[in-house]
Ligand binder design. Sequence first.
Ligand SMILES: [Zn+2]
Length: 237
Amino acid sequence: MSKYEHIKQSAYAANMQLPKLGLVLFTFGNVSAADRDLGVFAIKPSGVSYDQLSPDKMVVVDLEEKIIEGGYRPSSDTKTHAVLYKHWEGINGIVHTHSTFATAWAQSQRCIPIFGTTHADHLTVDVPCAPPMEDEMISGNYEYQTGFQIMNHFKELGLDYKEVEMVLVSNHAPFTWGKTAEKAVYNSAVLENVAHMAYLTEQINNNASRLKDALIKKHFERKHGPDSYYGQDEESH
Ligand SMILES: [Zn+2]
């Protein structure tokens, strides 16, 4: 048995969640799962439909994007995953989808305003939207540069990737991440839900105001703070 079996299984299971959650169409989207001790991650093969996937079709790649194990070409977004893993050492799972509402905000080049407590349960700021990439970045090593576009935007805004586990890339689509591939998928579904609700909010009231600070703080801390009391036990995230 391969010593990468656990991440191949985890990447497979996480990828299979995407169509179930309505986050992808055809072969769109990809999830990866990393093992930090082995310095590798397993990712969906490129262009293989979800009903054809199996754990042994996952491709194992190192952080320099070198294929370590697998008979398929890895997802075309592999370089973006590799760059993020390399620089953000606290994450072990990354998801990329073109889910409808999150992508619509990305195409509009807008961050998603924090309008309600559903959003505040997960993050205390607007969902960031990295600006459109420069022409040189696009014509050069595009997928690799996409990773830098995300990281540079976080640096500019002073955001911590451990606190804000999602981003929109202008004119493209969302990326999410987490301590596990499973958590990254969860974040992807939450983002789509928040994006949908924010869209509807602006349809109903195009002057809707942002959630006030007291509610942002209250909701985030009851789930994540030192005195959190949401759920039955300590939250895993
Ligand atoms: Zn994409």
